[in-house]
Design a protein around this ligand. Sequence first.
Ligand SMILES: NC(=O)c1ccc[n+]([C@@H]2O[C@H](COP(=O)([O-])OP(=O)(O)OC[C@H]3O[C@@H](n4cnc5c(N)ncnc54)[C@H](OP(=O)(O)O)[C@@H]3O)[C@@H](O)[C@H]2O)c1
Length: 299
Amino acid sequence: MRILLTGANGQVGWELSNRGAKRGLEILALDRSALDITDTISVRREVNRPGVSLVVNAAGYTAVDEAESEPELAFAANRDGPAYLASACGKAGIPLVHISTDYVFDGQKKGAYLVTDPVSPLSVYGKSKAAGEVEVRKHLREYLILRTGWVYGIHGHNFVKTMLRLGREREVVQVVTDQYGCPTFAADLAETILRIATQFLEGGQVHWGTYHYCGKGVTSWHGFAEEIFRLASGYESLKVKRVEPISTSEYPTPAQRPASSILDCSVLEHTFHIHPQPWAESLAQMLEMLLSVENSKIS
Ligand SMILES: NC(=O)c1ccc[n+]([C@@H]2O[C@H](COP(=O)([O-])OP(=O)(O)OC[C@H]3O[C@@H](n4cnc5c(N)ncnc54)[C@H](OP(=O)(O)O)[C@@H]3O)[C@@H](O)[C@H]2O)c1
């Protein structure tokens, strides 16, 4: 019983690969150089390898702003790749776990988005991910689409690492305060996927479908940054003295982002009995892993 993992060198893919191996799962972890999911022939070949009984797609085009100027690349990885994977899985009778995003919503809703809320993406990235969801549902009955948001991990580039860099360089850091979401630690998301994967591999019944998973609680990018600096100051002396709140209009980006992309995770909680932990607790764990290792290298 093997899990085929795509995008194994991404933030989430790296956690899946490492944590899956620690759980004793047999994971065929393929990074982009080993499997480009936009190559339909390679996708079919890998999905049909002997023993593969579940596919987890952690690959994706995630450069939200760059996607505005290269939509064909975003759609190839986020719509066509999942379509090839879902089609190959359908033919082989294998389920697919696919990761999607809060950016399929337009952010106008007051309150958290339910899995049943209609999608209305604002950006090329969001549109390409929404199109990927459609493809997965079209080709397969046994799929798990997990929408998540504001992902950060030990491995790869993310908001937490950008803030740490700025906090070491500058006394004042400006951060957007009128966008709200739920920061999600890649390790927590990976653990959730692995728990569901294990349930399936052990012969348990899995209720396939679309779910939301993100850290518990809501914050703004500004609130997220303040908590990063507060926690990081326990490990090192940062230069930053003030986190200045700014509005989205003061920080124009090529891609429009939802003002509020809070995800309601209750369906996943009730179905799988998995309960996301408060986002600030996960952040504290991530910073401990990251900064205690970094500081031990320095000393
Ligand atoms: N990051 C977030 O805040 C966020 C939020 C919501 C949802 N998500 C979703 O979560 C999933 C994982 O995201 P992440 O944060 O782990 O992203 P990531 O760190 O950017 O990892 C994505 C990985 O996919 C690989 N990839 C890109 N195109 C590929 C292709 N055509 N074939 C095979 N691999 C390809 C990338 O390889 P290269 O490094 O070689 O490009 C990278 O290793 C994605 O589906 C993303 O849309 C992410």
